[in-house]
Ligand binder design. Sequence first.
Ligand code: SF4
Length: 199
Amino acid sequence: MEVVCHGTPLPDAFEAYKAELEQKYGARLISFRFRDKRTGWQQYSVTAVFENGAEYSAPQDQDPYMKLFLHNLILRERCYDCRHKRHSAADLTIGDFWGLKHYAPELNDDKGVTLAIVRTKAGKQLLDQASGLALRPVTLAGMERYNPCLISSVIRPSARDQITSRLFETPIEELARQFIARPGFVARQKARLRRLLRG
Ligand code: SF4
């Protein structure tokens, strides 16, 4: 079985963030949830627990480490040209189904819905053995549309090397602030450019 994969962060990026959190909370990190679904499947959180009982939690769109990950700025080199895309050797592929609202919105309880691609007889047997599933048919094209990581690697941002070379020197929060445009920033820049072109 394989899992649809967006990519994996560089170990150094996590080590840098871990060191920063430990310094900020004054204790050793004992648990880190990359995707804590207690706040929902779609609006999940990043959660860290420390040896002194302190806890950090932030929505995925506010945690700087997650923001760098989601913008593909701290992925491992091989993730930008992943040979597993389109060349699956698995019997069954599973992953979050992000196209849910277009195909079966009635199933959305914000706890997560899985896509499953049966690739072999063994994969079919595996799926048949699972009981209590509410299955809905979805075309492969539909799955690929809303889960592009099924077939293609993410684009390597030009700023990726600048960021990874500054890990441990510049705080993760500062890197996210410098390299990720704030909401509305791009739209404002485009509007400004249009005004300039109009003269
Ligand atoms: S190389 Fe491919 S399968 Fe491996 S972590 Fe990166 S994206 Fe995922």
